[in-house]
Design a protein around this ligand. Structure first.
Ligand SMILES: Cc1cc2nc3c(=O)[nH]c(=O)nc-3n(C[C@H](O)[C@H](O)[C@H](O)COP(=O)(O)O)c2cc1C
Ligand SMILES: CCCCC(=O)C(=O)O
Length: 368
């Protein structure tokens, strides 16, 4: 039987269909899945259905400019890449292909601490800004060495993910007994830390076991001073969903915040990411940039998040779809489609620059 031939992608969701044809079921489930009932995963998508746009007319929109700047780095687009683990599960070139795609699109790329290519190889392929995402490892000396390597390789910020003191209960991965194949590894961690991630065990996610071994769940706000003292790179906190924590983040010197519920993969029942955005933006004010991720699948949704106060919008799963479908070209394709759609929405709402994409452009109705 020949594989079905799909037409070229005209929207981000088309890359999903292409990726589905290329990935094994257990890897597909790892990428697509969420925690427990996947209620928060679904809520992230459904929240965008409660957004309506308020178009203004008779504005000169012959040039719609998506360029922006984040922590001092110029970017062609506010659409960037959220950190996701093990890109070699999606494509043999892994994160190197992702970095090439990000460069083509002029986009920010946040590299996961669980990257399957070295920081140095990724940096060599990159032409745009790279940030490194961290989990707080139990072994602080490994974390410290990683932070030093990131700075030496030219990474421009550290992104500490704070919503995963333990891994969410992901039923799909547990049922599949999901483990990382032997040829793929988180090569920036030391090999001894990887053994449990490779051990397939029916009824259990090897990644949950691995995370429990590697990540320190005792970390609190006061530990952030250690990381700040260890590195002069800006520090971004990812996984904030409340005004209370946003204020604590600023108090503890965060240079930016990512509003995120980890794509519905951590706390099932957590608020939809979009519903937390305005609360966090209002709490921190203009001085601390707020980034957003969760459920964004196209430019209209990027526009909605920007209008609610995000400075940048990160894509998680869609980048993996692009990577699986067509390597670096697929990553660039996803980012460029979302950016083109954003520019299109800017034109049709009469907002040719990002500064004009403000709260007057949207209404977000409350969810049930
Ligand atoms: C397969 C996969 C792996 C992920 N790995 C990480 C990770 O290593 N570190 C992290 O902070 N977030 C990780 N995330 C969460 C993403 O950074 C992001 O918060 C989420 O995917 C955004 O939602 P979206 O997929 O709907 O765009 C991962 C998400 C997915 C789907
Ligand atoms: C141990 C891998 C964890 C990566 C992650 O954060 C996720 O899958 O959501």
């Amino acid at each position: 039987m020949t594989a079905p031939v799909l037409p070229p992608p005209v929207c981000v969701e088309d890359y999903r269909r292409l990726a589905r044809l290329r990935l094994d079921q257990d890897v597909w489930d790892f990428i697509e899945g969420g925690a427990e009932t996947e209620r928060t995963l679904g809520a992230n998508r459904r929240a965008f259905e409660r957004v309506t746009l308020r178009p203004r007319v008779l504005v000169d929109v012959s040039h719609c400019d998506t360029r922006t700047e984040l922590l001092g780095a110029p970017l062609a687009t506010p659409v960037g890449i959220a950190p996701t683990a093990y890109h070699r599960l999606a494509h043999p070139e892994g994160e190197v292909a992702t970095a090439l795609g990000a460069g083509t699109a002029g986009a920010l790329y946040v590299v996961s601490i669980f990257a399957s290519r070295t920081l140095e190889d990724i940096a060599a392929a990159a032409t745009g800004p790279l940030w490194l995402q961290l989990y707080w490892l139990r072994r602080r000396e490994v974390l410290a060495a990683l932070v030093d390597r990131a700075a030496a390789a030219g990474f421009r910020a550290l992104v500490l993910t704070v919503d995963a003191p333990r891994l969410g209960r992901r039923h799909r991965d547990a049922r599949n007994g999901f483990a990382i194949g032997s040829g793929i590894s988180a090569v920036n961690l030391d090999a001894a830390l990887m053994a449990s991630a490779h051990r397939a065990d029916p009824g259990r996610s090897a990644l949950a076991v691995h995370t429990a071994e590697a990540v320190d769940p005792s970390v609190t706000w006061s530990d952030l001073a250690w990381l700040r003292a260890r590195s002069s790179l800006p520090l971004v906190l990812k996984g904030i969903l409340t005004a209370e924590d946003a204020l604590l983040a600023v108090e503890h010197g965060a240079d930016a915040i990512v509003v995120s519920n980890h794509g519905g993969r951590q706390l099932d029942g957590a608020t939809a990411s979009l519903d937390a955005l305005a609360e966090v933006v209002d709490a921190v004010g203009a001085d601390c940039p707020v980034l957003f991720d969760g459920g964004v699948r196209g430019g209209t949704e990027v526009f909605a998040a920007l209008a609610l106060g995000a400075r940048s919008v990160l894509l998680g799963r869609p980048v993996l779809w692009g990577l699986a479908a067509a390597g670096a070209a697929g990553v660039a394709g996803v980012l460029e489609l979302a950016t083109e759609e954003l520019a299109h929405t800017m034109a049709l709402t009469g907002r040719p620059g990002l500064a004009a994409v403000d709260r007057s452009a949207v209404v977000l109705r409350k969810g049930l």
